[in-house]
Ligand binder design. Structure first.
Ligand code: GLA
Length: 390
C-alpha cells in the first residue's frame, strides 16, 4: 500500500468513526516544494514549484441539513459544526476550522452553493514545515465541495486555487500569493511547474528521470510566519509604489538602477531580491531543460544568499544546513531554503545517486549536534489534486 492509499484509508476510517456511515467522496490535494522563485508570486513574478507525493485527504458525504459537520482527528478531538444558513463566522486565530469556514465562504463569494455535508480531514504533511499543508487542505476542501455540489462545469485548477487562496486571506490570516494553491491543484507527475503569477499561465518543466528533489526539514519549526510574511508583502508593495509600477514584476535591472535613488535601504533590498529571483527562476528553468546541473546549482545557491541577505527570511540553522548540502553536492545541483522562510524545510536538486550522499551529510550534521535527522525525502514531482474514490 503506498502512502496515499494508507492516507485514503485513514480518511475513510476517520469519517466512519465520526459519522457512523461511509463517505461518498475522497479528495486528495498535495503539498508542494518550491525549487526556486521565492517571494515572487505576490509580486506577479515567476515561481517553479513541484507537487509532493504527500498531502491531505478530505472525505465527504452530503446530508439534507444546512450545516457542515467536520472532524480533523490529527489536530483535534472536536466535531466542528458550521451552519450554512448564517453568516460564516471566522473561528479564533489559528483555529483549524478556519480552513473549512474559509473555503465555504470563498465558494459562497464566488456564487457557488454549499451543500450540507459531513467531512473528515487527514493529512501526512508535517505542519509548520513550509510544505504547504494549509494550501493542500484548502484545495482538497474546495475540490471536495465542488464535487459534492455536482454542478457543471466543475471549477478548473485556477478557480480551485483562487478559492483556497481567498480562504487564506480572509479566514486564515496570511496574505499569501497563489503559488502553493495553484501547484497543489495543477501539479503534474514528473514535472515542476513554471507559473507566471501575473497571467497564471502554467508550463510544465519535466525533470530528467534521473533527477530527484530532496526535501529536508531543518528542525526549526517556522515561527512569526504570518506577521513577517505580511510585512514582506507590504514592503514589496511600497517599493513598487516608489518605482511607480503596479508590481515589482514591472521593473527591469535598468529601471531599478535608475529609480532606486531615495528608496529606503530595506525596501531596496527587498526589491533587489525580487528582481534577481525572477531572473534566476527563468535561468533555472533553462538549466533544467538543458540538463545543466551546474547552472541550476548556481541559481539555487544565489537564491538562498539573496533570501538570507536581501529578503532576510532565512535563519542561521537553515543557512548552516544549506552550506552542508551544497558542499556535499560539489556544484552538481544545489540546495537552498524553500517556502516562506523563518525555519522549515530546505530543497535540493540532485541526481538519484546524490540522494544518499545528501542524506549522510545531513545525518552527520545533525549527529554533531546530538540530534536525529528530521524529515528527509528524495522525491519526484507528483500530480495535483484528484478524486481518489471511494
Ligand atoms: C508561502 C506563500 C506563497 C509564497 C511563498 C514564498 O509559501 O504561501 O504564496 O509567497 O511563501 O515564496
Amino acid at each position: 500500500m503506498n502512502r496515499n492509499d494508507a492516507l485514503a484509508q485513514r480518511a475513510d476510517e476517520a469519517f466512519r468513526t465520526a459519522f457512523g456511515r461511509a463517505p461518498a467522496l475522497l479528495c486528495f490535494a498535495p503539498g508542494r516544494v518550491n525549487l526556486i522563485g521565492e517571494h515572487t508570486d505576490y509580486n506577479d513574478g515567476f515561481v517553479l514549484p513541484a507537487a509532493l507525493p504527500l498531502g491531505t485527504v478530505v472525505a465527504l458525504a452530503p446530508h439534507a441539513d444546512a450545516r457542515v459537520r467536520c472532524v480533523a482527528p490529527d489536530v483535534s478531538a472536536d466535531v466542528e459544526t458550521v451552519r450554512l444558513d448564517a453568516v460564516l463566522a471566522r473561528a479564533g486565530t489559528g483555529h483549524w476550522s478556519n480552513h473549512l469556514r474559509g473555503v465555504l465562504a470563498a465558494r459562497a463569494a464566488a456564487g457557488a452553493e454549499n451543500p450540507g455535508a459531513d467531512v473528515a480531514i487527514v493529512g501526512n504533511l508535517p505542519q509548520g514545515a513550509g510544505l504547504s499543508s494549509s494550501a493542500s487542505l484548502g484545495v482538497a476542501m474546495a475540490l471536495g465541495f465542488s464535487r459534492l455540489a455536482g454542478v457543471e462545469p466543475q471549477p478548473g485548477a485556477v478557480a480551485l486555487a483562487r478559492q483556497a487562496q481567498w480562504s487564506e486571506h480572509h479566514y486564515v490570516g496570511c496574505q499569501c500569493g497563489i503559488m502553493d494553491q495553484l501547484v497543489s491543484a495543477a501539479g503534474q507527475d514528473g514535472a515542476a511547474l513554471l507559473i507566471d503569477c501575473r497571467s497564471l499561465a502554467v508550463e510544465p518543466v519535466p525533470l530528467d528521470p534521473d533527477l530527484r528533489i530532496v526535501v529536508l526539514h531543518s528542525g526549526v519549526k517556522r515561527g512569526l510566519v504570518d506577521s513577517e510574511y505580511n510585512l514582506r508583502r507590504q514592503q514589496c508593495e511600497a517599493a513598487a509604489r516608489h518605482f511607480g509600477v503596479a508590481s515589482l514584476r514591472d521593473i527591469d535591472a535598468g529601471a531599478f538602477e535608475q529609480g532606486s535613488t531615495g528608496l529606503d535601504p530595506v525596501l531596496l533590498r527587498r526589491a533587489r531580491h525580487v528582481l534577481g529571483e525572477n531572473a534566476r527562476t527563468l535561468s533555472a528553468v533553462q538549466a533544467l531543460r538543458e540538463g545543466n546541473l551546474r547552472v541550476l546549482g548556481e541559481c539555487l545557491r544565489a537564491s538562498h544568499a539573496s533570501l538570507r541577505e536581501d529578503f532576510e527570511v532565512s535563519v542561521p540553522p537553515v543557512d548552516a544546513l544549506a552550506d552542508v548540502l551544497n558542499e556535499a553536492l560539489a556544484g552538481e545541483g544545489g540546495a537552498r531554503m524553500t517556502g516562506g522562510g523563518f525555519g522549515g524545510c530546505l530543497v535540493a536538486v540532485t541526481r538519484a545517486e546524490g540522494v544518499p550522499v545528501l542524506e549522510q551529510a545531513a545525518a552527520m550534521h545533525f549527529a554533531r549536534r546530538g540530534e536525529r535527522l528530521p524529515l528527509f525525502l528524495g522525491v519526484r514531482p507528483a500530480r495535483g489534486a484528484l478524486l481518489l474514490g471511494p
